[in-house]
Design a protein around this ligand. Structure first.
Ligand code: PMP
Length: 388
């Protein structure tokens, strides 16, 4: 059997490789994947069970159940103070991954360029490449807390630039783009007629009472923005595979036609659960509170390890940490630590190349007790290296 050139071009992702490698060891503490260990709210679980018991398990409209799109519109009205038409400006997808994929598929021609601030969520680079388009990376700096500089976006714009991907709060850095910076980016998007894909999947996981802002609400942005979002992180529903996009009607129409060809619709019990998730009965704040507690625990542990530096963790459940003072690159750190202490984490270069070779990413998707054990092993690892 001959595979397509497209399939042959795919590169296995580093996080998956390390995750698979970690499975070869016993007693591993796995800090690799961003998969929350918390249960979804109990009323949401019950809504899915009830849908299954009552046989509400067939296909829905390709764009998702109308009742769910109405709930998403009501949620968007609260978030952005904007009205979206549930029948034409919202699509329910198989996770935010599918809404990201469908929007890029619908917007990019071969040879087009998509600007992506780095470090970035790996899927974006891979999907853009798989469509024959070119990812153009704008490196962010630790001294800017990994917030993109608008003038550096502008420098990367060429006659082929079609769109800009923003992810705030960001995977892997946790960076939240401040409102003033969003204003400047919006001006650039309008000036050069760019579409913005705004991935806001972590918007409800911001700490210290912050509320991340969206580029969507800036003047002139409504008609050029696709908001990618989902239930995975906000409601701890990763395996339920349900997300959504808010976008102008023409784009939603194209995405809906394409989804018919690949998945038909998001899983029905999950869609019923999602309706319940967005009802007034749901209180998902325990999820943010728990991650804030774990974030505090990570920062406390880091204070005891001067060789590892954090630029702050304002949001998400990731910490992107500078390990250069250990004398190791992020990759050496990750591989040696796994071998000698069975703690799995990902090296920073996996998320944006050499510029991040001094970094590691940890996902704190486990309880504080387990996290503290991981840090104890890291301390041992560094002490043993020093003693050699
Ligand atoms: N966007 C970002 C930035 C993510 O980190 C992830 C998941 N790791 C997703 C989208 C995909 O989320 P979902 O489970 O809704 O497909």
């Amino acid at each position: 059997m001959k595979l397509s050139q497209r399939a042959l071009n795919l590169i296995p992702s580093e996080p998956r490789r390390i995750y698979d490698e970690a499975k070869k060891y016993t007693h591993v503490i796995d800090l690799t994947l961003g998969d929350p260990d918390l249960p979804p709210p109990s009323n949401v679980q019950e809504a899915a069970c009830k849908a299954i018991r009552e046989g509400r398990t067939r296909y829905s409209a390709n764009a998702g159940l109308p009742q769910l799109r109405e709930k998403i519109a009501a949620d968007a009205a609260k978030e952005y103070n904007m009205t979206f038409d549930p029948s034409s400006e919202i699509i329910v997808t198989v996770g935010a991954m599918e809404s990201a994929y469908l929007s890029l598929w619908s917007l990019l021609n071969e040879g087009d360029e998509a600007i992506i601030p780095a470090p970035f969520w790996i899927n974006y680079g891979e999907v853009v490449k798989s469509l024959g388009a070119k990812p153009v990376f704008v490196e962010t700096r630790p001294e800017d807390s990994f917030i993109v500089r608008p003038e550096e976006i502008e420098k990367k714009i060429s006659s082929c630039t079609r769109l800009l991907i923003l992810n705030s709060p960001a995977n892997p850095t946790g960076a939240v783009i401040p409102g003033k910076v969003l204003d400047q980016i919006a001006d650039i998007a309008c000036k050069y007629d760019l579409t913005v894909v705004s991935d806001e999947i972590y918007s409800h996981l911001a700490f210290d009472g912050q509320k991340p802002e969206s580029i969507l609400t800036r003047p002139g942005m409504r008609e050029r923005t696709v908001v990618v979002n989902g239930f995975s992180k906000r409601f701890a529903m990763t395996g339920w595979r349900v997300g959504w996009a808010l976008a102008p009607e023409r784009l939603v129409r194209a995405m809906t036609q394409m989804t018919e060809n690949i998945v038909a619709c998001a899983p029905l019990p999950s869609q019923y659960a999602a309706i319940e998730a967005l009802s007034d009965r749901t209180d998902e704040s325990y999820i943010r509170r728990e991650f804030e507690k774990r974030r505090n625990c990570v920062l406390e542990e880091l204070e005891t390890i001067p060789e590892i530096r954090s630029m702050g963790i304002p949001a998400t459940f990731y910490a992107f940490l500078d390990v250069s003072r250990t004398g190791m690159s992020g990759k050496e750190f990750a591989l040696e630590l796994l071998k000698s202490k069975q703690v799995a984490l990902i090296h920073g270069s996996a998320y944006g190349g050499d510029a991040y070779k001094d970094f590691i990413r940890i996902a704190f998707t486990m309880q504080c007790g387990e996290l503290r054990k991981a840090f104890a092993r890291i301390r041992e690892f560094l002490a043993e290296r020093k003693a050699k």
